[in-house]
Write a protein that binds this ligand. Structure first.
Ligand SMILES: [Zn+2]
Length: 153
């Protein structure tokens, strides 16, 4: 697998915040944590933590612990190999363009309403007209993830 740093053993014990980027995601995490604190019930939420050559499907588990404590853990559910999308190919130079990646499902924002898997987004976005360059990546959260995750509560 092309992501030795992202094996389960490497992930276990690290902070959830290390894997969650973007203001929307932190907002969502705070809501999830607040919900578990309030209800004292465990929640399990699926999310994606892709590496360049691997799709990594993970689960975030938040469990109430003693007193007001919480136990937060992440587990790798399964992985799928893929060819490196140009967006994540470190051998390709970076352009002036930017794309937003959903920190929760790793989809790419292609319009105000539409987020697609990276392979599909590359076909749609004009950012890849110049095949010698790739846009820079910033993180956010797509509407679907924000809605689905919060509706689960
Ligand atoms: Zn998403």
């Amino acid at each position: 697998m092309g992501a030795p740093a992202l094996t389960e053993a490497a992930i276990r014990g690290t902070s959830i915040w290390d894997h969650m980027h973007g203001e929307g995601v932190h907002h969502l995490m705070r809501k999830l944590i607040g919900h578990v604190r309030q209800t004292r019930r465990q929640i399990v939420v699926p999310f994606r933590c892709d590496a360049a050559t691997t799709r990594i499907f993970m689960e975030l588990m938040i469990t109430p612990a003693d007193k007001d404590g919480l136990h937060v853990s992440t587990t790798v559910v399964r992985t799928e190999d893929r060819t490196v999308p140009i967006l994540f190919d470190e051998k390709v130079a970076i352009s002036d363009g930017w794309v937003v990646v959903c920190s929760w499902c790793n989809c790419i924002k292609v319009s105000e309403e539409l987020w697609l898997e990276v392979e599909d987004a590359i076909k749609v976005l004009d950012l890849f007209d110049d095949v010698n360059k790739r846009p820079q990546v910033t993180h956010g959260i797509c509407d679907e993830c924000a809605t689905v995750v919060l509706d689960d509560l």
